[in-house]
Design a protein around this ligand. Structure first.
Ligand code: NAD
Length: 297
């Protein structure tokens, strides 16, 4: 019966890329993102164990038969948690889901002599499916040995993109830290202006709804996580200051009533965006169309 239910769960899920694998251990697997990966590995037929914050007295037994260990603890506990791991089987793949990559990669390389790959799922636990999502992967060592982990995740639907820790962390400053910080400031401004959100929504056609949603969704989530992402790199604060300078200089143009100077600046930025501007226009149009189709059908 065990065999049957196992097999049927597997049938309802995904093909198991590595059927001879031992356990998949998710450290922090009761957390928001960890739980999602626990489910996906279970749906793919793996035997999954969770090493939670209360389980460290049994840590050696939990990892004894591990073929994959996934670290998914709060960002600021990641490095100490990796350092605390018991010795893993030599061929065990060690990976993490942390939103920053350089520090966890360094810690994983020091803690384990076997295959190491760093991962950053570029999405939160609230996704409806993995399709079209992005997972960044950073090579530590043993690419042939950890290939099955990437192949398994690819079956779930996301696009995998390779990077190194430094490029990843630098790019995240723009992709996540700046975006989340400006959304935070926008939300704080709406609060201080005591904006009537219901009325703003009533006045908003889909493109404005989308923009408001992008800001508002931040505040349905975890302040600790966003504080960690926004302050992940010390350079982020310096970049926000440069952003503020740009904001101020654009404002100065307006205060001076220099409409022509503003238009000139606008055209300079447009020139710099080049073909991406029209690409972004059609991409956002397609997104709104797709959203519209989902609502009406
Ligand atoms: P979370 O707080 O929901 O989960 C963390 C889990 O780790 C909790 O269950 C906690 O009890 C457990 N934990 C804490 N200390 C532990 C320890 N010493 N040993 C074992 N377990 C411990 O956080 P989350 O949002 O799931 O984030 C986890 C990781 O995923 C972080 O590295 C974060 O950067 C990354 N991440 C999160 C998101 C997201 O949107 N939530 C997106 C991308 C990446």
């Amino acid at each position: 019966a065990m065999r049957e239910s196992y097999a049927s769960e597997n049938d309802a899920g995904f093909k198991q890329v590595n059927p001879t694998a031992g356990d998949v251990v998710v450290v922090g697997g009761n957390g928001k993102l960890g739980r999602l990966f626990v489910n996906m590995f279970r749906l793919s037929g793996y035997s999954v164990k969770i090493l939670g914050s209360q389980d460290w007295d049994q840590a050696e037994a939990i990892v004894a038969n591990a073929s994959l260990v996934v670290i998914s603890v709060p960002i600021d506990k990641t490095v100490v948690t990796i350092e605390r791991l018991p010795k893993l089987p030599a061929d065990c793949v060690l990976t993490d889901l942390t939103s920053v990559k350089q520090a966890p990669m360094k810690a994983m390389m020091a803690a384990h002599d076997g295959p190491v790959v760093g991962l950053h799922p570029m999405f939160g636990p609230d996704i409806a499916s993995f399709a079209k999502q992005v997972i960044i992967h950073c090579d530590g060592r043993g690419a042939e040995q950890y290939q099955w982990v990437l192949d398994q995740m690819r079956l779930w639907g996301p696009r995998l993109h390779e990077s190194d820790g430094q490029e990843h962390d630098e790019t995240m400053s723009m992709v996540q830290a700046l975006r989340h910080f400006t959304s935070f400031a926008y939300g704080m401004h709406l609060q201080n202006e005591d904006a009537d959100l219901a009325r703003l929504l009533a006045f908003s056609s889909p493109i404005y709804r989308l923009e408001l949603a992008m800001v508002g969704r931040l505040f349905a989530q975890d302040g600790e996580l966003y504080a960690s992402i926004i302050t992940a790199a010390p350079e982020n604060i310096k970049m926000f200051k440069r952003y503020l300078q740009n904001f101020t200089s654009a404002l100065t143009l307006l205060e001076q009533g220099d409409k022509q100077a503003f238009v000139k600046k606008f055209n300079e930025v447009a020139h710099w965006f080049g073909g991406f501007a029209t690409q972004f226009q059609s991409e956002s149009r397609d997104l709104l169309l797709a959203a519209h189709d989902r609502v009406t059908h």
